[in-house]
Structure formats: C-alpha cells, structure tokens
Design a binder for this molecule. Structure first.
Ligand code: PLP
Length: 305
C-alpha cells in the first residue's frame, strides 16, 4: 500500500500519516459507515476512473440506508475524488471513499453524530494475484453463511456488513484457497467476499439475482452488458453449490478482482481446469473497455487529465 500519498479528509487534503480518527468513532465500534472501491485504469487517452459516477451514486444510496447524511451531490463527490487522485502518485490504481458516523456517544444511536468523509488512493495491482488472473483462482465454499436480506442491508456497501466477508476470507486463506464463495440461508450461491459470481453452462451465462443476498456489483453490471453485446444469453437466477461444481466455466467479478476465472471449487476442477473460452472473451472485452478502445463505453471512463 502506498503510504506517502495525500488523503482528502473532511474538506481538505492531508498527509497520509495525519489522516487519523478518534478512538470513540461510532464507525469503528459498530461499523456505522459506508464505502466504495473504484479502479483507475491506464487508457489509450491517459488515466481514467472507471464508472466513477455509478460508484458515487451507490455510495449515496448506501449512506441513505443507514441514515448517514453526506452533504455533497454526486457531481461534487466526483470532483473531490478526481482532485484527490490528481494529488497522488500517478501509480495509484484504486480509490477508497469512506463516510462514517464520527464520535460523540458510546451508544448505538448515531443520529446526532457528525458525518466524516475521506477519500484515499492506493496502489492495489491484481487483487487475487497475477498468476490467478491468468491461470484462474481456487476457491472454497465458506462455512460462514451470507446473512439474509432480512438480517442485513446487502444492497448497501455498509462497513459493518463486511465482518461476514472477513470471516469467510480468513477461512479461505487458512485453507490455502484464493477466495471463498458464500451460500445464503436457502443454501444457494450468493457471492464471494468482495465479488459477484457467474456460471456458464451450455454457452448460457447465469448469475444470482438481488434476492440471493448480493451487492449489485458495478463490474457485474458491466459484464452483463458486454456479454449481451457478444450475443450471450445472460440470466439472473438461483444457483446451487453443486451446479457450480458441474458448470462449464465459473468466474467472479469485482472492482478489485476484475474478471477472475475460477478453476477449482472445494478441490473439484471446474470444466477443463483452465480459464474457459467465454470467460477469456469477457476478460478481453472488459479490458478493451477499461483501456478505452471500445467506443460504445467511453462514457464509463472519467479522464483525470
Ligand atoms: C460483497 C461484494 N460483492 C460484490 C462486489 C463487486 O462489486 P463491484 O463490481 O461494484 O466492485 C463487491 C465489491 O465492491 C463486494 O464487496
């Protein structure tokens, strides 16, 4: 992680080491905050932020779910993000906006607490590893269940929601896997710890719908549009764990993981055990979009200038 950059914090750019929070911060104790993860890509026309406006809209929607007042419009937030990126090293490739309830009470009720807002930039590189990006990742089904939509607001990127993902990710790492898949209370596939999941069977593409207990991923949406453009049938429906085992191809999508082929689940080889042809086609289509060489999706790129 780049530790020499500037962080935009509550109205001004501060040095990395000065971007500190009070120990009684509500967001720290109870997870009362919301965040985003956004990629910066090197395109043929210079650096660009991928789907910035969509991320900022989701950020405001997430805040609405926990009644956190963010006193900025989408356009203002986009400008603040761009200002922060410009103030940092050109090598940074990932942006982390976070808004949270500040300090003022030890109780759970956050309603009178101030909103704090920060934007940080780091160098992330390939999230699950360069090798995995090319050869595919090995995943496990986590023993931790994804909370239901009755137990948590899963369409919102709320800090406190992520302890479930942290538990599953720890389990994956301890079992020597790259990532974990979580099942919901019905036993159906929900998503990865920070990724959505897709399955390909007989040239058709399937992914769980919102009722499965997932975040509406922006990469997921991009892939669904690109797959339709390529003429594939794309369908949201329930997927069982054993359907994944016998799928032709499986891949995960996320801002951090991008399009990650999955070649092994619970020690079972998926398809040929190598990234499949449709996954590779989608990876290529996605990288054309993020490199700015697909004219149709240029509006998804916010050039930093
Ligand atoms: C739980 C979860 N699911 C899915 C995703 C993928 O979403 P996106 O493609 O918008 O990054 C993320 C990452 O933001 C996530 O944290």
């Amino acid at each position: 992680m780049d530790s020499a950059g500037k962080i935009w914090m509550d109205g001004k750019l501060v040095d990395w080491d000065k971007a500190n929070v009070h120990i009684m911060t509500h967001g720290l104790h109870y997870g009362g905050g919301v965040f985003e993860g956004i990629r910066i890509y090197e395109t043929t026309r210079g650096r660009a932020i991928f789907r910035l406006r969509d991320h900022m809209m989701r950020f405001l929607d997430s805040a609405k779910v926990i009644d956190l007042n963010i006193p900025y419009t989408v356009d203002e937030l986009c400008e603040i993000v761009k200002e922060t990126v410009r103030a940092n090293d050109p090598k940074v490739d990932y942006i982390r906006p976070i808004a949270y309830y500040g300090s003022g009470t030890v109780g759970l009720n956050p309603i009178k607490l101030p909103t704090r807002l920060a934007i940080a930039c780091v160098y992330m590189g390939p999230y699950l590893g360069t090798d995995q990006q090319k050869k595919g990742a090995k995943v496990i089904t986590s023993s931790w269940e994804k909370p239901s939509n009755r137990a948590a607001a899963l369409n919102a990127k709320i800090c406190g929601n992520y302890i479930n993902s942290v538990l599953a990710r720890l389990e994956a790492v301890k079992r020597g896997a790259d990532e974990a898949i979580m099942l919901n209370a019905d036993g159906n596939v929900a998503e990865g710890t920070g990724e959505n999941i897709f399955m390909i069977k007989s040239e058709k593409i399937f992914t769980p719908g919102m009722a499965s207990g997932i975040l509406r991923g922006i990469t997921r949406d991009s892939v669904m549009q690109l797959a339709s453009d390529l003429g594939y049938h794309v369908e949201e429906r329930d997927i069982t764990r054993s359907e994944l085992y016998v799928a032709d191809e499986v891949f995960m999508t996320g801002t951090a993981a991008e399009i990650m082929p999955i070649v092994e689940i619970d020690s079972k080889k998926i398809g040929s055990g190598e990234p499949g042809p449709i996954t590779l086609k989608l990876q290529k289509a996605f990288s054309e979009v993020t490199r700015g060489t697909n004219a149709k999706y240029l509006s998804w790129l916010d050039f930093i200038g």
